[in-house]
Design a protein around this ligand. Structure first.
Ligand SMILES: *[C@@H]1O[C@H](CO)[C@@H](O)[C@H](O)[C@H]1NC(C)=O
Ligand SMILES: *[C@@H]1O[C@H](CO)[C@@H](O)[C@H](O)[C@H]1NC(C)=O
Length: 494
């Protein structure tokens, strides 16, 4: 190691758990990694312990880091999102040359990544924003990586990224997502979907517990069985395991946990973006709102003594097997809707932001390594491989058939929960979306009439209803009260 030729394949800034594990992962795959942290003692400690004997070099300054990297230099940041990323980039850029690559592997919000991509492009630096999912374990043994930004960088980082990423049937769960902030965008939607997946699992648990009268051990056994079928996934698997854990007094630990959910904001970002783009991503929205409602614990306690609901009899469920089978279909169908909505959002983002997105690769990247990994994503990958521009996931035969088969049980589960007063916000919103999506006619005709009545907002007529005075495609205002004017509203907003 005494040669002055730089040896580093990748520089990594930020030695928190994710950073350390990603470095060890890359070193295991034969890459030489240069590790840096602003707190230099962290670098020395890491080098003397976890990194000892591996192809990992320490750096004591950004200059030192840069000097140890092969060209074009590839520097990855795994630090706290927000201002620290800008600060570090600002210190780094004067040390780099045109054509060098900066990768942000943190949880940055995609508009920040868009901005940094543009700023760095102007300086000749290739900027990549990459979603990284899978937690500590994933970072160490194979995360899901979702890189986007300057595509010129991809040939230089492809080998490292695909080597360290999780594999699904031998294929790396990492491919190029698209331009600018697309990588972080897709990671944001991944997190939103994760919110939804968790919520639907919680609803199934709540129904089994409160209506079925199941013990946590019995519920764990149901999840264990589901995990061998269409719902096979990381989140179902950990739910099975969580429900088995007893506290020292021999009762389930999960029942001692305060029922107010926290959130870091990525689910909220997805829901806000869905509203911005006008996409009905209702399940993720409900999942975020459900966490908000859970946080109102004190109010809920007061309401529980005032607001009435039905009693749940001990024998509410007569046929346990049928009850569980219906519930499995409810969970499965709701999950299909949630993913279809997520891909509707991604498709719209592609249009609105002018991004060419790699849909089959997105599904494959979520197939392994990350929190939402599941068997099911294999089917989504197949659907988008068969038709990369698929209008809607629900039009793929596999999913059309799955929903058509699931819908009777899905309806029965929601009906049962509703009649016994157990909330199913995600199951219900998914079904409402399903029924709305498959409705040729929705009551928005009346809504348009209301808007025209109070605000002269105009309406159009159905093609088959067009006639001499109501022409197709024409904005019409009708004098509903008989004493209004015929002037339609352009500025007036009631
Ligand atoms: C240094 O490491 C800490 C964790 O130990 C991490 O939170 C921080 O982001 C790192 N900062 C830089 C600039 O390397
Ligand atoms: C937890 O306790 C229940 C009884 O409350 C028991 O049936 C179960 O086996 C225990 N689980 C474990 C993992 O020890």
């Amino acid at each position: 190691m005494s040669s002055s030729e730089p040896k580093g394949d990748l520089g990594l800034i930020g030695l928190a758990v994710m950073g350390q594990n990603l470095i060890l992962n890359a070193a295991d795959h034969g890459f030489t990694v240069v590790a840096y942290n602003r707190t230099v003692s962290k670098v020395d400690h890491f080098l003397a312990n976890e990194a000892k004997g591996k192809s990992i070099i320490g750096a004591h300054s950004l200059e030192d880091l840069v000097s140890k990297l092969k060209r074009p230099r590839k520097v990855m940041l795994l630090i706290k999102a927000g201002a620290p990323v800008d600060t570090t980039i600002n210190h780094l850029v004067p040390l780099l040359d045109k054509g060098d690559i900066i990768i942000d592997g943190g949880n940055s919000h995609f508009p920040d990544t868009n901005r940094r991509y543009e700023e760095l492009k102007a300086k000749g630096i290739y900027f990549v924003g990459s979603g990284v999912s899978g937690g500590e374990e994933g970072a160490r043994y194979g995360p899901s990586l979702m890189p986007g930004g300057a595509e010129e960088a991809w040939p230089y980082i492809k080998n490292i990224f695909q080597s360290i990423a999780a594999k699904s049937d031998g294929e790396p769960c990492c491919d190029w997502v698209g331009p600018a902030g697309a990588g972080h965008y897709v990671k944001m939607v991944h997190n939103g979907i994760e919110y939804g997946d968790m919520q639907v699992i919680c609803e199934a648990y709540d129904i089994m517990k409160r209506i079925g009268g199941f013990t946590d051990k019995e519920i764990s056994e149901v999840f264990a069985k589901w995990n061998k079928g269409v719902l096979d996934s990381f989140l179902v698997e950990i739910t099975r395991d969580i429900l088995k854990v007893n506290d020292t007094d021999g009762t389930p630990l999960v029942e001692k946990i305060l029922d107010t959910a926290g959130q870091k904001g990525t689910g909220k970002w997805t829901a806000i973006n869905a509203l911005d783009l006008g996409m009905p991503v209702t399940l993720i929205g409900e999942a975020v709102f459900s966490r908000c409602l859970s946080a109102l614990k004190e109010e809920r306690i007061r309401a529980s003594t005032k607001l009435l609901g039905p009693e749940i009899p001990k024998d509410a469920v007569k046929d346990k097997q049928a009850f569980i089978d219906d519930l499995e279909q409810a969970l499965y169908a709701s999950k299909i809707i949630s993913y279809a909505q997520g891909f509707m959002l991604i498709r719209q983002a592609g249009k609105d932001y002018g991004w060419k997105l790699n849909n089959p690769a997105i599904a494959l990247m979520w197939r392994g390594g990350c929190i939402i990994r599941s068997i099911f994503l294999g089917e989504i990958t197949k659907a988008y491989r068969a038709d990369p521009d698929l209008e809607n996931l629900l039009f793929d035969k596999f999913f059309t058939d799955a929903l058509n088969k699931a819908q009777p049980g899905w309806r029965r589960s929601i009906g049962l929960a509703t009649s016994y007063g157990v909330p199913t916000p995600a199951f219900s919103t998914a079904l409402a979306f399903y029924d709305g999506y498959r409705s040729k006619r929705l009551p928005a005709n009346l809504l348009q009439a209301q808007r025209d009545y109070f605000g002269a907002h105009t309406f159009r007529v159905l093609p088959e209803a067009a006639n001499d005075h109501y022409k197709e495609g024409e904005d019409i205002h009708f004098d509903w009260t008989g004493h209004g004017g015929h002037v339609s509203a352009t500025t007036y907003d009631a």
